[in-house]
Design a protein around this ligand. Structure first.
Ligand code: FAD
Length: 381
């Protein structure tokens, strides 16, 4: 038995659904397949929240990408009537004078974007819960905020379907059939069913190395812990109206205001232990991580340290060596494309990446310069 389609997208995370949306928008016949539901809790895009920030230290390329993505998120807000991107601002706590935050400040200023440098006294006044003694200064940019991740996937999926895209969940692709002349000639699922399209886009997140095993895609998966906690006191002041997304990249941690039944979330951005792709999603946390969270809070937001109500969450990064993404055509496959390797910072660019991949698939010229994201760069090094 076989199914015939135009473009087949494998993977219903943010990258797959936004590519399906843009392909359908361009009038392409699109079918999206996912091994689980869309969204699902095991995918990196299946979590509640992700950070949207314009700050990338000296790396103005990513700032520019975030700027290009911003109107696309705002358009999604308009189309859905919901705040998928909630711009409650991002506050970055600098612990050194001339580090990442200062570079970010300079880039944002050069681009004439709204950004504030908050000295210790300003921090005390605006955010009395923050221990200003632990911080040299703070960078606040109001365009940043929080992205409701799984909601974004749900909405983009239904918008894509309204434009004619077909979505099929619980179809796991186990084999990519290749032909030297034609490129990819079909996909087999775990039940032996053949799925044939004219082109194929693989957006399989952490499962990509397995999905494209014959291509040897250099992605390493790491296990990342996050902790949901209910503030033991003064809950009201951690609401998103009063409290921004916060981060101290030097300390490794980032966090969100209250967003879920009175819980806020903190996570460690540094790479966790190497893991095998699989069904993470556990809520048990290693004690060592809980201890690290308490130490971070004790240093930066002391009144949160002695939280008693909490829950863990495990998620995975799909890392490349240089933390740049892989957005490219597959080697020896004129009809095969890959969007993967988002290295723990891809969500914020989802709509732009979907648009870019849709352009690539239909043979158009993407707005984004893809040189930095070529698959071939790993061979050259
Ligand atoms: C803890 C954590 C915090 C993060 N924080 C941020 C942040 O604050 N800001 C930010 O911008 N980014 C952040 N990221 C990164 C961001 O979440 C990811 O880059 C993004 O969600 C990746 O989306 P994706 O579509 O590539 O992959 P996924 O969302 O993982 O989706 C891949 C999909 O492919 C499907 N699939 C895989 N293999 C197959 C197969 N063989 N057959 C069928 N279907 C298949 C899977 O079921 C899955 O649904 C974070 C990531 C994590 C884990």
């Amino acid at each position: 038995m076989s199914d015939k389609h135009g473009v087949i997208v494998v993977g219903g995370g943010i990258m797959g659904v936004s590519a399906a949306y843009w392909l359908a928008q361009k009038g392409q016949a699109v079918t999206l397949l996912d091994q689980y539901d869309i969204p699902n809790q095991w995918a990196a895009s299946g979590d509640h929240l992700r950070v949207f920030r314009l700050t990338y230290g000296k790396d103005a390329f990513y700032t520019d990408m975030a700027l290009k993505t911003l109107p696309l998120w705002l358009d999604l807000n308009t189309q859905t009537g919901e705040k998928i991107l909630q711009q409650n601002g991002v506050l970055e706590l600098a612990t050194v004078s001339h580090g990442y935050e200062e570079h970010s400040l300079n880039v944002l200023k050069e681009l004439k974007l709204p950004v504030q440098r908050l000295e210790k006294n300003d921090l005390k006044r605006h955010y009395p819960m923050i221990n200003s003694r632990a911080v040299k200064w703070g960078l606040f940019h109001k365009d940043g905020g929080m992205l409701w991740a799984s909601k974004a996937v749900t909405h983009l999926a239904s918008l894509a379907q309204r434009k004619g895209a077909k979505f099929r969940s619980r179809v796991k692709i186990t084999q990519v059939l290749r032909d030297k002349k034609e490129g990819i000639r079909g996909l087999k699922d775990e039940h032996g069913r053949l799925h044939v399209g004219e082109s194929y886009l693989f957006a399989g997140g952490m499962w990509t190395p397995e999905l494209l095993k014959s291509y040897g895609i250099p992605i390493k998966v790491t296990r990342q812990y996050q902790l949901y906690l209910r503030p033991p006191a003064n809950r009201g002041r951690y609401r998103p109206e009063h409290f921004p997304v916060f981060a101290s990249l030097a300390a490794g941690f980032y966090g969100f205001p209250l967003h879920l039944h009175g819980f806020m979330k903190i996570g460690d951005h540094r790479k966790g232990p190497i893991a095998k792709p699989g069904k993470g999603g556990e809520t048990e946390l290693p004690q060592a991580f809980e201890k690290k969270c308490r130490a971070f809070l004790k240093r930066f937001i002391p009144e949160l340290t002695n939280f008693t109500e909490y829950e863990g969450h495990v998620c995975h990064y799909d890392n490349t060596k240089d933390d740049d993404f892989i957005l490219d055509r597959l080697p020896d496959a004129p009809n095969g494309f890959i969007a993967a390797g988002f290295s723990g910072h891809g969500f914020k660019f989802g709509p732009l990446i979907g648009k870019t991949m849709a352009d690539l698939v239909v043979g158009g010229k993407p707005e984004l310069n893809l040189h930095r994201f070529r698959l071939g760069r790993f061979k050259r090094r």
